[in-house]
Structure formats: structure tokens, C-alpha cells
Ligand binder design. Sequence first.
Ligand SMILES: Nc1nc2c(c(=O)[nH]1)N[C@H]1C(S)=C(S)[C@@H](COP(=O)(O)OP(=O)(O)OC[C@H]3O[C@@H](n4cnc5c(=O)[nH]c(N)nc54)[C@H](O)[C@@H]3O)O[C@H]1N2
Ligand SMILES: Nc1nc2c(c(=O)[nH]1)N[C@H]1C(S)=C(S)[C@@H](COP(=O)(O)OP(=O)(O)OC[C@H]3O[C@@H](n4cnc5c(=O)[nH]c(N)nc54)[C@H](O)[C@@H]3O)O[C@H]1N2
Ligand code: SF4
Ligand SMILES: [Mo]
Length: 711
Amino acid sequence: MKAALPVVGPGAFSTRTHCPFCAFQCGTCVSRDATTGTVVIEGDSAFPVNLGRMCVKGWAAGNLLGHQERLGTPQIRQPDGRMRNATWEEALDEVARRIGTVQRDHGMNAMGVFGSGALTNEKAYLLGKFARVALRTPHIDYNGRYCMSSAAAAANKAFGIDRGLPFPVTDIPQAKTILMMGANPVETLPPISQWLDRQREQGGRLIVVDPRRTATACIADLHLPITPGSDLALANGMLFIAIQERLIDEAFIANRTTGFEAVRRKVLEYDPATVEALTDIPENVLRTATRWLAGPAPAMAFSGRGPEQQSKGVDSVLALINLMLAMGQLGRPGAGYGCLTGQANGQGGREHGQKADQLPGYRLIEVQEHREALARVWGVDPGDLPRAGRSAYELLDTMGTPGGVRGLLVMGSNLAVASPRARHIELRLKALDFLMVLDSFPNETSIHADVILPVAQWAEEEGTLTNLEGRVIRRRKVMEPPAGVPTDLEVLCSLADRLGQGEQFTYSGSRDVFDEFRRATAGGIADYSGIDYDRIDRDNGVFWPCPDAHGPDTPRLFLERFNHPDGKARFHAVEDRPGGEKTDNDFPYYFTTGRLLEHYNSGSQTRRIRHLAGIHPLPRLHIHPDLASDMGIENGSVITLASRRGTAIFTGEVTRTIRPDTLFAPFHWGGTQCANNLTNPALDPVSRMPEFKFAAVRIVRIDRREVDHEA
Ligand SMILES: Nc1nc2c(c(=O)[nH]1)N[C@H]1C(S)=C(S)[C@@H](COP(=O)(O)OP(=O)(O)OC[C@H]3O[C@@H](n4cnc5c(=O)[nH]c(N)nc54)[C@H](O)[C@@H]3O)O[C@H]1N2
Ligand SMILES: Nc1nc2c(c(=O)[nH]1)N[C@H]1C(S)=C(S)[C@@H](COP(=O)(O)OP(=O)(O)OC[C@H]3O[C@@H](n4cnc5c(=O)[nH]c(N)nc54)[C@H](O)[C@@H]3O)O[C@H]1N2
Ligand code: SF4
Ligand SMILES: [Mo]
């Protein structure tokens, strides 16, 4: 047994916890000066994932706690349309009354729930139970559908299990070559750089596939600036070369996989000339990348949202997995494929029942055995559990329509900014009979709410999260929330009580929810039943699956077997296809979106932190100098773009880091500056992931910089 690490960290009286933002979940030591109230955040050097390093957002997270725009009182919309402060009693009664009206007028399926990968495991679990047991609706989905769903579906198909990284980040330096496909972790998971740096210091190589020369591409040995949307063709083309140059691992294919023959036949169509036409990557570069990735020395491949957030996202990830499997670069130390998970609890949040088709422990709501297992834990009749509901965008698209949801409860997402075709989603929000938002801050979504309920933030509550490695960690309480501000868990329990389901929602706190949750996951693929808070404290996190309180956890998957019943990984023959739309004379440029270091997601938190917002006060459109000079665009020009869905206004940033046929904008802003006014809700047929990374646009207007577009 390992020695216990103290829960207090370096500074006196500081609490060891984790950053509220991304899936790297940096260990932090947080303290609060009792007299000034200032919150001090340091990196936790004893936490093995970040070893004390952090990024600028993590240091700044303390600013959110005592922020002046923070919500402190429930608000109810009055008949005149204005919001007024209310007591908790009034607000919760109002919510119960409005839900009752929606259900009476339109049936149980008319209530919807929208959750988040920002929620702790306890909250995600309880929200799923709340939807199925208290509201009895099938319609719950969450923003992870916009985030992890394509990689998750591909991993389930190929490996029979979806854990973003099947190994700890500390394994990264062992890889001879790393292929980074459409991920920019130097800006999106910055402290991962120390593991990438170590890998390169030991002679390893990094290949980055991205239409932009990102901060990550700048440290790469090889950058492949592909045509947006062509990752699938690229991976198939690399496999063509691997077969041709005999770089594949026949023994691995025979012993540990099934289905290779169909893939071998399919990739014959992806000769280098064909692939160059599709991807813009010349044959010699493709051959170099393929040779670097081949064994016997171990190699790793990672995917980010670049290839995943496409209407062919699942197949693009499968093509990458095929390549790694064929080269025998999986299931041994230092090798593997991993998806770089995004949100704080993007991993745990996708395992425990916030998804329309899912129940806790990565069980499926349409499988009778799984329904029975959960019905036993919840003390309900399996026949009373709803069936599968609609996926995120499809759910939101039905808001306020006949047969669609008429009431929506939102917990942890600013969906009016984060959804594709955002203006349409805003119209749908306005058509709801009832919208309730739980958040710590007002945002572009809560503007439309009928009831807003303020909740405690990260440092004021406890719970568990599962980081990008599948390591279950603890969010520890540093301070009390402001007077009168409850936790999400408390709000859900009070509401369930008002809906007549109080008995099923009686807990003494988050540990108590975790205990039920452990039982609910027992026997599932994502089995947490051997994990408890004390074990997490003792071991600096515990990797799932962990079915036995006295047995080992699982830092590394696949060393002996994959998770399909036969223990083998499955190849899937995949074919390239066009995205949801094409560029043409009317919409001649590719438009793609992504992230800036200083902002987080819909920006509802980081746009409020002065020194982050100060670095990027508004969204800049990356445009290549050749296109800029053709169009008469300069740095600072105000540019209006149009797609087939709508328009958005950006400030021009002329840069050689982008392809001349492609425009890029970050999506951290709302209103006229919302990149999602342009994006296409074309969905992947399997994962239902929208196509955030590929739209056709035109430039409709250019104003010189004198125009004060910020005003
Ligand atoms: N600073 C910061 N960090 C974050 C977040 C944040 O908002 N800000 N959010 C967190 C979350 S929720 C997530 S999901 C992760 C996301 O982390 P990443 O996946 O690293 O981030 P993105 O910027 O969305 O996309 C990665 C890259 O895909 C490229 N790309 C666009 N189109 C294509 C394409 O067709 N093919 C390829 N190969 N690449 C393409 C973009 O140029 C971009 O550089 O980050 C997490 N960390
Ligand atoms: N164009 C484009 N659009 C995208 C993407 C893209 O790359 N391009 N990426 C997509 C991806 S990967 C993601 S993850 C989404 C993210 O976008 P969103 O779903 O909007 O997520 P956030 O902006 O992280 O958080 C939204 C709100 O949750 C609140 N919040 C945080 N923690 C909690 C909590 O514990 N409880 C409650 N009640 N509230 C909480 C915050 O205060 C904030 O107001 O955007 C998606 N949209
Ligand atoms: S890398 Fe992620 S977890 Fe670490 S400080 Fe930055 S935002 Fe927070
Ligand atoms: Mo995400």
C-alpha cells in the first residue's frame, strides 16, 4: 500500500484539488486568504499528470469564484418579460409547476434535459437518473455529443471499449513517433507539452496533421497542412503505402485482430496520386510520415476534434485506428491510439447516462439486461424506464415543435453559442414553453430562460471527475459557496422531491451519491465499483475499470486483449465521402473552427476574466496573405462571412499559418461574432456529431478597421 499524500499542498492551508476547465485536470493547490478573500492557485507538483505545470486559464480560475457578475439569487421571468429575484421556495415551486404544465399538456416526452462534460461523475449520474426516474423522459443528451461522440463510437467499434487514452500520459515519451491528427494540444492541453518535449528529447518525432500551422505544428518534425475534411483519405492513403512497402505487422494482424482483408481491399483505391488530389499532401511527404510511424519501435496516434467533428467523424477515426492496428502499433507499451478528451469530465461524463441511449457504467438503455440492472439499483420497474431519446442537435432542433420537447432543463452548457446553426437554435429556444438553466453565470442561453437557478462552483463543492487518461480524481471543497447558493446535486434532489420522487433522491452528500453510483456501474464496461474517495486520495487517482475494492485498477488497456468477446480488435473498411456540403462559386472557401489558448469553449467563463479577455477581446478570422490581398483585406479589417445558414462578423488576422483556401475562426463568442452562425448541422450517421470543422463560406462584406465593430 502506498503512503497517503496529504490533502493539503505546498502553501499553508491549501487544498489539493483540480482545475475546473479542460480534461487535463491539472492538479492544483488552492487556498483562500480569510481576510482579503483572494484565492491563490498553484500547480500541484505531486500530481503526476501535470507535475505542477498549468496553463493561464487554470491560474485565472479563482477569478470566477467571487466574480461580480456571478448569479446569487434564483430568478423568475415575470409576465412583462423581465426577470425578478425570487426565494428558493418560490423558484423551485415555479419550476415544478411549469414542468407539470408541460407534461400535462404535451406528455412526459415533452420535457428535455441538456447536460455537460463539465459535470462531476456524481452530477452526470444524478442528472441521468433525474431525467429517467423523476421526469420519466427519454430526452436527455449533452454537449459531449458535440465533443467526444465520434471518437467514442469509433473506439467502441474497434476495441469494444471507449477510454480516451488507454494509457497514462507519462507513457508518451516512449513513443518513437507520434501522429497528431487534428489536435492542437499545445494550446488546448498545454501541460501535455512536457510529455511531448520529453519524447522529442529522447529522439522521438512528431507529425501534425492540421490545415493550420498551429502552436503544436510549430514544434513538429513534419506538418501536413491537409485540405479540411480529408483525414479519412489521408489515413487510408498511409495504409496503402504501408501495405505496398511491407510496413504492416502480419503477426499482430493475425493474432490480435479481425477483418483486415476487407480493409486491405478497400485501401487499394487510395494510391498516392488519388490521395494527393483529395488531401493536398504530396506522395513523398505521405511516404515519410508512414515510414516514421511503422514499427518495430512503438508509435502513438492521437486524434482531436479536427477529424472527429465532421459528418464522417467516426469513419475518419476508424481509418486512423486501422492504420495503427495494421502496423501493430497498439496493445503494447509505448504504442497506441488515443483520443484527446476535451472537457473537465469529458471522459466520465460520457459513461454514466447523460447520453440519450445510455445508462451508467457505459450500459445501453435499449438492452434489456442493462435496463434491469439499473432498475434494481434505482428501485423502479424496468418497464417504467424510458427508451432511447434524441441526440443533442436533434433534440434541440425539436424545441417548441409538435412532437418535440416543450420544456428544457440545461445544466452546464451555453448551447446557444456552442451548437451548430446557432441562430436557428436560438429561434427554437424562444419557441419553448419553459426553459430552466442552472449555472453560476448568465450567458447567451440563460437570456431566454424562464427560471435561472444559481449553483456552487468547482472550489465550493466536492465530487469526482475522470480525466483524459481514464483516471478518476477528486474535486475537493476549498470554501463554502456564497450564502443561499446550493450545489447542482442539492437542486436536483429538491426538484425531484417537488416532482413527487423525493424518496429516490435522498442523499447525505456527494459521497453518498458516489456510493450509489458505484453500485450502478458494477458489472458495466466502465466499472467504478472498486473506487472510493479514500482510495483516490491514497493513490493520486484510480484508473477504471476497477471492479474490486481490493484488486488493481487499470492504467493500461489492451496489453493482453481488446474488449470484444473474442479479445480481438476489429478492422472496419471505411470509404471517403464528401462532407455535408461542398464549396462552389457561391461559397468558395472552407471555413473551420477551433480554440484559442486563453478562452474556454462558449467563453461564458473566460470572457469574464479580464486578463484573459484582454488578450483576445474579440474573434479574429485567420486568412492567408494571398487571399487577403486578392480581397483587399488587411489586419484589423472587419469581415462579414456568410454560409448557407447565416452570417458572422470577425476581425481579420492575416497570417501564413493557414491554407489560402481556408478561413479559421475561434468559436468562443456569441451574437454576431458567433462562428456557429455559419456551421453546418450535418450529423455523422453513427455518432450524431455535427460538422463543426467544415463549412462552405463566402466573404460578403469588408469594412476598414476604422469601423468600430467592438461597440
Ligand atoms: N484553450 C482551450 N483549451 C481547451 C478548450 C478550449 O476551449 N480552450 N476546450 C477543451 C475541449 S471541450 C476540447 S473538445 C478540446 C479540443 O481540443 P483540440 O481538438 O485540440 O481543439 P480544436 O481547436 O477544436 O481542434 C483542433 C484542430 O483541428 C484543426 N482542424 C480543423 N479542421 C480540420 C480537419 O478537417 N482536419 C484536421 N486534421 N484538423 C482540422 C483546427 O485547425 C485545430 O487546430 O480542448 C479542450 N481544451
Ligand atoms: N464551431 C464550433 N462549435 C463547437 C466546438 C468547436 O470546436 N467549434 N466544440 C464543441 C465542443 S467540443 C464542446 S465541449 C462545446 C462546449 O460548449 P458549451 O456546451 O457551451 O460548454 P462551456 O462553454 O464549457 O460551458 C457552458 C456553461 O456551463 C457552466 N458550468 C460549468 N460547470 C458547471 C457545473 O458544474 N454546473 C453547472 N450547472 N454549470 C456549469 C459554465 O458557467 C458555462 O456557462 O462546444 C461545441 N461547439
Ligand atoms: S491545461 Fe486544462 S486543466 Fe490545466 S490549467 Fe489549463 S485549462 Fe486547467
Ligand atoms: Mo469539447
